[in-house]
Design a protein around this ligand. Structure first.
Ligand code: 6CS
Length: 316
């Protein structure tokens, strides 16, 4: 059969590179064909998620940044300073975490989705029109966020005016000054030319971008064990590939941006400068718990435990 797989990025961006590897593996090991639908071909993130839930699509990549209203617990990825930036630790965490591999699949299943994997897409940088070094510097700055209530709360806590928007509106909104900032991993800032409509890139270390790949659950449950195995193996191969692919990508993207726009200013806030943002993060964590109750607390506790284990496993 032909299986349809949509994602939120272009074919040569991280989600597209993952999808291409998945397609290659499935096609090499079965009689099935995968048809890829990059960003823009079937609509925004919210549209492709609906299509996957209704079975029009067999596979979808949607980031928790857009899944927050569907699965409130998925907002845990927006508790600031929860995830580390070290890529090796992150890879270990996503592979071994009980929260990711056992708890989240149950929550996605309730929405008609088989969670296949989650993977990191890089340190999140904030790009703005004016420089800032503290929450005060973000006062009255409208920063676009993905449509995730907790991410909105984060930017409020960081002193900014959060403006949730689907991706397709971001470039134009920056151009017309409806918003004055946005956040994304460096590869995406480069590939989508965010540097053309903002002048400062600031790294406050608050997050690493997480994404998730799912299958329509009825479709998945109807497959033979052998077919499910092919999919599982293809996901594992694509996971390894995407971790390797991203090695050095952050730095290369910075070089490309500097080449395209030498005046672009890059700033990494010091630990001292980050302190007020970290302080604000505590209120955001509290907000997460209020939004999600006992279930959220369990996920958060498990994530912290899994992160500790991943850190101890890769630090020595
Ligand atoms: O900011 C966004 O909306 C987009 N960012 C990334 C890195 N991937 C897809 C998502 O739509």
């Amino acid at each position: 059969a032909t299986w349809r797989y949509a994602f939120e990025e272009a074919i040569d961006e991280v989600q597209g590179v993952f999808a291409q590897k998945f397609k290659e593996e499935v096609e090499a090991n079965s009689d099935h064909t995968i048809q890829l639908f990059p960003y823009g071909t079937l609509g925004e993130s919210a549209d492709i998620m609906e299509q996957a839930q209704s079975g029009i699509l067999q596979f979808v990549d949607q980031s928790p940044g857009f899944t927050g209203s569907l699965i409130p617990e998925a907002q845990v990825f927006f508790v600031p300073y929860l995830l580390p930036q070290d890529t090796e630790t992150l890879a270990t965490f996503f592979k071994e975490s009980e929260a990711i591999n056992e708890m989240f699949p149950e929550l996605y299943a309730e929405q008609g989705l088989e969670l296949l994997t989650m993977f990191p897409e890089g340190e999140v940088a904030i790009t703005t029109k004016e420089p800032f070094e503290s929450p005060d510097g973000l006062n009255e700055v409208k920063v676009r966020t993905m449509t995730n209530p907790l991410l909105v709360e984060s930017y409020r806590a960081f002193g900014a005016t959060p403006t949730p928007l689907p991706w397709g509106e971001v470039y134009g909104a920056l151009q017309t000054n409806i918003i004055q900032g946005q956040e994304n991993p460096m590869f995406f800032v480069e590939s989508t030319k965010m540097y053309e409509v903002t002048d400062y890139v600031t790294m406050i270390g608050h997050n690493n971008f997480t994404t998730a790949v799912m299958a329509n659950k009825d479709f998945y449950d109807g497959l033979s064990e052998e077919e499910q195995q092919v999919i599982g193996n293809a996901i594992d191969a694509a996971f390894e590939h995407i971790i390797e692919y991203q090695d050095g990508l952050h730095e290369e993207s910075i070089e490309k941006i500097k080449e395209a726009k030498p005046s672009m200013t890059f700033t990494t806030l010091s630990e001292e400068e980050r302190a007020p943002f970290k302080e604000a993060a505590q209120a955001v964590e509290q907000e997460f718990l209020e939004m999600t109750g006992e279930g959220g607390q369990e996920i958060l506790d498990q994530m912290k435990k899994d992160l500790e284990e991943a850190e101890s496993g890769t630090s020595g």
